[in-house]
Design a protein around this ligand. Structure first.
Ligand code: JCZ
Length: 264
């Protein structure tokens, strides 16, 4: 998977280079490239913003640097040795995830909910480009333009119902949620398998390790019993109680659906 991020604060993405993702990158499973939007400005002051048409507070990101930056990134050859740089295969032989389409993600407080189903969908994409805005956001014509571009699938995602100062932290969150689902990235494949069996819309059951008693609090007896059926039943019950208590809103939820391909 090749991930490009475009931002006026490329240093914001430094944590993505760490830990889990850093190792996946070294192993060649994930390639991350971070770009400074100002490299695609053409004026002395490297201007990326201007006042909003129609008036109002704050500044809006001008479309021209975004258009040049995104075009450049879309056309940039995949790095040598990448699965994306192999010889072209006949259309009929290709999986939907390798049709060459690029997923262009605009983090936005007004986007659709980025949830685990969305992360699982994005994890099948061979190429993702994150366009991280700042100020009051990016001129709306940029999204409109790329929605009409062949070979580009545009997504606008919000990571939660709160307003961030820009798209960088949201991109970081999405990168972490997506890359841990890429086969081979997570050290423990078993925990992913377990997770995929977990009921969507059910919170996790509480977990314990040694010692059996800590500060006077004992590990629930059933977990020490070795009785696998009773343990499974206890965990199911705990997950249900926890969900009702912490997330009563998680009633059977409409799953997020991937967009239908252009022309269908
Ligand atoms: C650009 N402000 C991009 C995303 N979930 C969420 N909250 N806020 C955002 C977000 C805010 C932004 C920009 C300027 C995303």
């Amino acid at each position: 998977m090749l991930i490009d991020v475009i931002s006026i604060f490329p240093e914001y993405l430094a944590p993505a280079e760490l830990s889990l993702l850093g190792r996946a990158r070294d192993a060649g499973l994930i390639q991350l490239r971070v770009h400074d939007l100002r490299d695609w400005t053409e004026d002395r002051h490297r201007t990326v913003d201007d006042t909003p048409y129609g008036g109002g507070a704050g500044m809006v990101m001008r479309p021209e640097p975004w258009g040049r930056a995104i075009d450049w990134v879309l056309e940039a050859a995949p790095p040598a040795g990448s699965a994306l740089s192999g010889p072209p295969r006949r259309e009929a032989q290709r999986e939907p995830s390798e049709t060459g389409a690029v997923t262009l993600v605009f983090p936005s407080a007004s986007g659709s909910a980025f949830n685990q189903a969305a992360a699982e969908h994005l994890a099948t994409a061979p190429r993702i480009v994150f366009a991280c805005g700042r100020y009051e956001g990016i001129d709306a014509r940029v999204v409109e333009h790329y929605r009409a571009r062949a070979g580009v699938v545009v997504e606008e995602f919000a990571i939660g119902d709160y307003v961030l100062a820009g798209g960088e932290v949201a991109a970081l969150v999405m990168i972490e949620a997506v890359t841990r689902l890429v086969p081979g990235v997570l050290g423990n494949a078993a925990s992913l398998a377990e997770e995929s069996h977990a009921q969507p819309g059910l919170l996790e059951y509480p977990v314990y390790t040694k010692p059996p008693t800590w500060r006077g609090i004992a590990v629930p007896e059933v977990l020490l019993s070795g009785h696998h059926a009773r343990i499974a039943e206890w965990r199911r019950d705990q997950a249900r109680r926890r969900t009702a208590l912490m997330r009563p809103d998680l009633a059977p939820n409409a799953p997020w659906r991937p967009p239908s391909p252009p022309g269908s």
